[in-house]
Design a protein around this ligand. Structure first.
Ligand SMILES: Cc1cc2nc3c(=O)[nH]c(=O)nc-3n(C[C@H](O)[C@H](O)[C@H](O)COP(=O)(O)O)c2cc1C
Length: 313
């Protein structure tokens, strides 16, 4: 035993490390570099009912400690994901978390109903928090009652546990977390990107065609940690933490704050071996800290003492 295996609603994980949605595609490119069986889980790119081409370019800009993106949920659409991407991923013994997106409630319900029938999809991640997509005025990620309602509707049709991905672009993150927990969420994933902008020095205009984009990477790590710290003390569902994780030490910080597992996003673009590297380093770090199992670290910063069953495999 290397002290890393964990149990989450719907999933047995070899370790708590997974690539974050949108930063790993469907894993095809990464599978040419390393054996994806090493991963705890894979959060696939957002899936919408129809294929989406995303926003106009330029849609990525570097920042001092991360990046801005306004991809706009580009994806091949539900049918192609069901017929090609998920069957391809089935060769790996890794649970898949399907990231579900849409413009209207019916879109989410439709995608959730169908994608949750795929045998390797062990959980859904409801993406109510993408800052780069116009939702026709419906504030899924920032209005607690709408987020709760959506969670409820998706739970009704989903045959696997539902995790809701929270947006950091709100004044009160605890209120959002409690609302989706009330709606029946089995877990939370947090955080998505923070809305940001950069300007082109020559044109004096925003660099991104979409004007604004989502800030990710090390710059947002302290925000993610603060929000997980606040939320984990007020909910009874596990949190998959993300936001700027680059190293095994970062993972420990997220666990101390209250995470039960973590996802690695932007770091995959900087170092495609980021996930396996972290997985390799973690057992030594646990030994240095003096714990047998990583789940013992969840919520350590605020004195969480009860070891809930979902923490330990
Ligand atoms: C290029 C890019 C595309 C993304 N696409 C998605 C997506 O499709 N669905 C989603 O829920 N989050 C998406 N995200 C957000 C990430 O999953 C993650 O929440 C965020 O980047 C914070 O983690 P990080 O700082 O480790 O990247 C995307 C992020 C990036 C950088």
């Amino acid at each position: 035993m290397n002290g890393l295996s964990i149990e989450l609603p719907g999933m047995q994980l070899k370790n708590p490390i997974m690539p974050a949605s949108g930063c790993f595609g469907f894993g095809r490119e990464f599978s040419q570099l390393y054996d994806l069986n090493q991963l705890g889980a894979i959060m696939i790119k957002a899936v919408t009912t129809e294929p989406r081409f995303g926003n106009p370019t330029p849609r990525v800009a570097e920042t001092d400690a991360g990046m801005l993106n306004a991809i706009g949920l580009q994806n091949p659409g539900l049918q192609k994901v069901m017929n090609e991407e998920l069957p391809w991923l089935d060769q790996f013994d890794v649970p898949i978390i399907a990231n579900v997106a849409g413009s209207m409630m019916e879109d989410y319900v439709n995608v959730a109903r169908e994608v949750s029938t795929s045998p390797n999809v062990k959980a859904l991640e409801l993406n109510i928090s993408c800052p780069n997509v116009k939702t026709g005025g419906i504030a899924f990620g920032t209005d607690p009652s709408i987020a709760k309602e959506l969670t409820k509707k998706v739970k009704e049709v989903s045959s696997v546990p539902v995790y809701v991905k929270l947006s950091p672009n709100v004044a009160n993150i605890v209120e959002m977390a409690k609302a989706v927990e009330d709606g029946g969420a089995d877990g939370l994933t947090m955080i998505n990107t923070l809305i940001g902008m950069r300007m082109d020095l020559k044109t004096a205009k925003p660099i991104l065609a979409n004007k604004t984009g989502g800030l990710s990477g090390p710059a947002i790590k302290p925000v993610a940690i603060r929000m997980i710290y606040e939320v984990s003390q007020h909910v009874n569902v596990p949190i998959i933490g993300m936001g700027g994780i680059q190293s095994a030490e970062d993972v420990i910080e997220f666990f101390y704050a209250g995470a039960s597992a973590v996802a690695v996003g932007t770091a995959n673009f900087v170092d495609p071996f980021a996930c396996p590297g972290i997985i390799e380093e973690l057992p030594g770090l646990l030994q240095d800290i003096g714990v047998d199992h990583i789940s013992e670290l969840t919520g350590r910063s605020w004195g969480k003492v009860d070891q809930k069953t979902y923490h330990r495999a």
